[in-house]
Ligand binder design. Structure first.
Ligand SMILES: CCCCCCCCCC/C=C/CC(=O)SCCNC(=O)CCNC(=O)[C@H](O)C(C)(C)COP(=O)(O)OP(=O)(O)OC[C@H]1O[C@@H](n2cnc3c(N)ncnc32)[C@H](O)[C@@H]1OP(=O)(O)O
Length: 243
């Protein structure tokens, strides 16, 4: 599956809805046992949640948007398919979450590409299930430091801390992702799937049990004037960076 929402594959409500529909179709297709996620936009895997969806909108819109973010994560993290992220560009925040939610991450070894949960840099807080997914990949200490600092890690650093499983030259990314997929698909599906469920169930159950509470937390957090101001300033900073 190739993300193609230029300029930066930001995760808008439309993007998330289409992503979930596509995943559901693949999940229900008995002939499909695995999916490789990558980007058709040069240099960017995904710029994370679309900030414009979280600025100056109604409470109803925030609720709908956040439910779509939750749905994307719940579907991908609990997928029966083998999921491989072929990270061919930068991947901050929600983009990093998508990669973390997969079974395996391969990143192009370009030191200009960065990845991480940088929410703190925007003055916002990664929700508990972003944090749980991160901890499950890199361990508590690395996750804590990285989250508190809102770190964006260069590709080599991301590999060093275990955020990505391997680095390959960009032109070899597709072949390597295919080889990894074949390796994972060589196992009997039922054994691999039950193992995946066992490893991820507690974290998945936690969001399922607190889903509506999480929506309400998001709404009250994002609606605060101080948070809206931080997001507006961040968007302005992104635009100024260009000029
Ligand atoms: C106890 C409390 C409980 C709290 C519970 C609630 C918690 C709320 C949590 C909410 C979680 C949010 C997670 C997120 O994903 S937030 C998004 C974070 N994303 C980023 O920080 C990335 C920002 N973008 C960049 O760094 C760069 O754009 C890039 C991806 C590195 C690409 O750089 P490049 O130079 O190629 O491109 P530009 O910067 O010029 O961008 C091109 C245009 O795209 C616009 N843009 C970029 N990113 C976004 C985005 N994420 N959303 C919307 N729009 C984006 C950018 O402004 C440019 O627009 P322009 O062409 O109109 O100027």
């Amino acid at each position: 599956m190739k993300f193609k929402s230029p300029p930066v594959n930001s995760l808008s409500l439309d993007f998330l809805t289409e992503f979930c529909i596509s995943l559901e179709k693949l999940e229900n297709d008995r002939a499909c046992r695995g999916v490789i996620l990558t980007s058709a936009v040069p240099k960017i895997f995904s710029s994370g949640l679309d900030i414009t969806e979280m600025c100056g909108k109604s409470t109803e819109h925030y609720a709908e948007f956040w439910r779509a973010v939750q749905e994307m994560w719940l579907r991908l993290y609990s997928s029966n398919m083998v999921t491989v992220a072929a990270v061919n560009g930068s991947s901050p925040a929600g983009g990093c979450l998508i990669a973390l939610t997969c079974d395996y991450r391969i990143m192009a070894e370009n030191p200009k590409f960065s990845i991480g949960l940088n929410e703190a840099q925007l003055g916002i807080v990664a929700p508990f299930w972003f944090k749980d997914t991160f901890v499950n990949v890199v361990g508590h200490r690395v996750a804590e430091r990285s989250l508190q600092l809102g770190s964006l890690h260069s590709a080599p650093e991301a590999h060093r801390i275990g955020l990505v499983d391997e680095l390959v030259p960009e032109e070899k990314l597709k072949d390597r992702a295919t080889a990894v997929m074949q390796q994972w698909l060589a196992l009997p599906d039922h054994a691999r799937q039950l193992t995946k469920t066992m490893m991820r169930k507690a974290v998945l159950d936690r969001l399922v049990a607190h889903r509506e509470e999480d929506v309400q937390n998001f709404i009250s957090f994002i609606s605060k004037e101080s948070i809206q101001k931080s997001l507006r300033m961040y968007m302005e900073m992104l635009k100024k960076k260009k000029s």
